[in-house]
Design a protein around this ligand. Structure first.
Ligand code: ADP
Ligand code: MG
Length: 615
């Protein structure tokens, strides 16, 4: 009877415990076994001898034979790790495995070296960038060569090609800076007249767009480090004045803000003034404001550097109100900021408020307008004095109440005032002669009286006297002109007297020398006294008196004093008259009381008098 079931294999069923089945080793072993069986089957089928595919078991087998460690499918890793050891011990390794391992090791080393090389290259590039940034156009160059890493691009580029590349790059960079230098030379060679003919007879001006464009590109390279400009040297960059100015304004925004803050804190100028100062910087007239030279009751004097890049016009083609050609712009400037909150004005308010004549008309008016007038007056007076050849600071620009002029002094050191200058006897004498001549010239040619002339407002610089602080100067026709002149004369004479200079004028003589008027006749000394009692110099010399609001007009001191004086005179006259009257009355009374002379006595007295006359 045939059984429907095939014959049951007599082979005993292999038992395996669960832990074995679950183990990874066991799984590997089964897998390898299966592979082996499959391989054998294929071999049989193809009847050919084939190289077995590498498998864990191969490795395990070889490793088993090569090492004494326990056989395990994962021993290959340890074998890899022990490769070096194995090689050192010259233990035989099957050729294919060795090649494989060597290949892998070599490629790893190459990858590591390449990575290192790449890193070195990038590191060196960064160093070179920092180097370039630091050196810029500086004549002293800094090199960071000693920090360069040696493995740079060794494995990245073909060495020769790399050298060529670097040489090219250097040459290119040099060429770019040469381009800037050549450009600068051409511009420098243009004379003051502003143009020059080149070899071909073509006219080049200092405003040539090509030259200016390259120069602007060069300047952009020296912007502050926080302003990213890129490397404009490595291509033929040109920037128009307009673009350059905008970039420059942008690059300076932060810096100007910082300066502005310093100015507020340290220089005590108000927001409106700060804005004006900022505009002067922004318009490329000033480069920077350095600090205070002097703070007075009426003005703050600041020191500033002018902007060397000022070309005479801004991007809109305006001169920004600068009163001199760009090439004459002084390197160092003094900025006179007229204070907009004069105590004196406040005091004057009070004074005027209490004055019955101004009671109805008193109102608060814009003080700034008046202050601007003061600044303008100083500017006009300086220019007028300069036009007749007196030594005064050149006016650079006037913006409202801010007057920029030449700085009298060197390297941030202001020239000393005459009172502080150490003068030899000869220099003192020279200074005296110079001042007397200047006062004469000022009165007769410029038709001005300084009105605040003293050793405080004359600077001693390069062996000469320089006259400053002329906002209050007036024409001799001014109602107080002669009084001011007399006071100036008094100040000057007094100074030289104190210094012991012999043979000098008295103040009256000096007055007469200047005006050809006799001081006594014109009673200048008396007027001077009247002025001193009346208004201050500022009140009396306030500019543009017609437009000046009433509360800021000088007090009409002669009115009060004249009134006072006339009252006094009247009283004195009345008193005198009274005295005379009293005298007469007394005499009369005396006469009335005395008995009348007899006819005899009268005749006798007459005879006596006649006898005396004959004698
Ligand atoms: P203030 O009305 O306050 O007296 P000044 O015009 O006399 O103003 O200036 C005050 C001081 O500032 C002067 O005594 C002088 O030392 C200095 N100063 C003014 N102008 C200049 C200048 N152009 N160059 C150098 N120093 C100056
Ligand atoms: Mg002064």
């Amino acid at each position: 009877m045939s059984s429907p079931w095939s014959k049951v294999s007599a082979e005993p069923v292999q038992t395996a415990n669960l832990a074995d089945i679950m183990s990874e080793q066991y799984a590997h072993r089964l897998h390898d076994k299966e592979l082996k069986e499959q391989q054998l089957r294929q071999e049989k089928q193809m009847q050919t001898v084939a190289t077995p595919t590498p498998s864990y078991s191969n490795v395990v087998d070889t490793s088993a034979s090569a090492s004494s460690s326990d056989a395990g499918a994962w021993e290959d890793y340890s074998m890899l790790l022990n490769l070096e050891e194995a090689q050192q011990q010259k233990e035989p390794l099957p050729g294919d495995i060795l090649t494989l391992l060597q290949d892998e090791a070599e490629s790893d080393a190459v990858i590591a070296q390449m990575l290192q090389s790449q890193f070195d290259h990038e590191y060196n590039e960064e160093l070179r960038r920092i180097e370039r940034q630091q050196n810029k156009q500086s004549k002293v160059t800094v090199t960071l060569n000693k920090y360069l890493r040696s493995g740079d691009a060794e494995f990245l580029h073909d060495t020769e090609a790399d050298e060529d590349y670097e040489e090219d790059e250097l040459a290119h960079r040099k060429h770019d800076w040469d381009r800037f230098e050549t450009n600068e030379k051409i511009l420098d060679a243009i004379p003051k007249c502003g143009f020059k003919l080149d070899k071909e007879g073509e006219m080049i001006t200092k405003h040539d767009p090509q030259l200016c464009g390259v120069r602007n590109a060069q300047r952009v390279m020296s912007f502050p480090p926080e302003f990213p400009t890129g490397d404009g040297a490595c291509f033929d960059m040109k920037l128009s004045n307009k673009v350059f100015n905008q970039l420059k304004a942008y690059s300076r925004r932060g810096r100007a803000d910082r300066k502005e803050k310093v100015a507020t804190a340290e220089m005590g100028v108000d927001a409106a003034t700060r804005l004006l100062l900022y505009k002067l910087i922004n318009n490329q007239i000033l480069e920077q404001i350095n600090g205070i030279i002097s703070t007075g009751k009426e003005a703050v004097i600041l020191h500033a550097n002018s902007d060397a890049s000022y070309t005479g016009t801004n991007e809109h083609g305006h001169g920004n109100g600068v009163l001199m050609p760009a090439e004459l712009l002084p390197k160092e400037c003094a900025i006179k900021v007229f204070k907009t909150t004069l105590n004196e004005f406040k005091q004057r308010d009070r004074y005027i408020k209490d004055d019955y004549r101004f009671k109805d008309r008193f109102s608060k008016q814009n003080h700034r307008v008046i202050i601007n007038m003061w600044a303008e007056k100083e500017m006009h007076n300086l220019m007028r004095m300069q036009s007749i050849g007196l030594n005064v600071p050149d006016v650079v620009v006037l913006k409202k109440h801010v007057l920029v002029m030449r700085f009298i002094g060197d390297n941030h050191n202001a020239a000393p005032k005459l009172k502080d200058a150490r003068l030899s006897a000869a220099e003192l004498s020279c200074a005296y002669e110079e001042i007397v001549a200047a006062m004469h010239k000022l009165y007769n040619e410029a038709k001005l009286v300084h009105a605040d002339l003293s050793e405080y407002n004359i600077l001693w610089y390069e062996g000469k006297c320089w006259f400053i602080d002329v906002a209050q100067s007036v024409e001799p026709e001014h109602p107080s002109g002669l009084e001011f002149l007399m006071r100036d004369c008094a100040n000057i004479v007094q100074f030289f007297e104190r210094r012991g200079l012999p043979n000098i004028y008295t103040k009256e003589q000096l007055f007469e020398f200047i005006t050809a008027l006799n001081a006594e006749t014109h009673n200048a000394a008396m007027l001077e006294r009247i002025h001193t009692r009346g208004a201050s110099i500022n009140q009396a010399t306030v500019p543009n008196q017609l437009e000046c609001p009433d509360e800021l007009k000088p007090l009409e001191y002669p009115f009060e004093l004249a009134w006072e004086k006339s009252q006094q005179e009247r009283e004195a006259a009345a008193a005198l008259r009274q005295l005379q009257l009293n005298d007469e009355e007394a005499k009369q009374e005396q006469a009335d009381e005395q008995p009348e002379h007899t006819e005899e006595v009268k005749t006798k007295l007459n005879n006596d008098n006649t006898a005396k006359c004959v004698q």
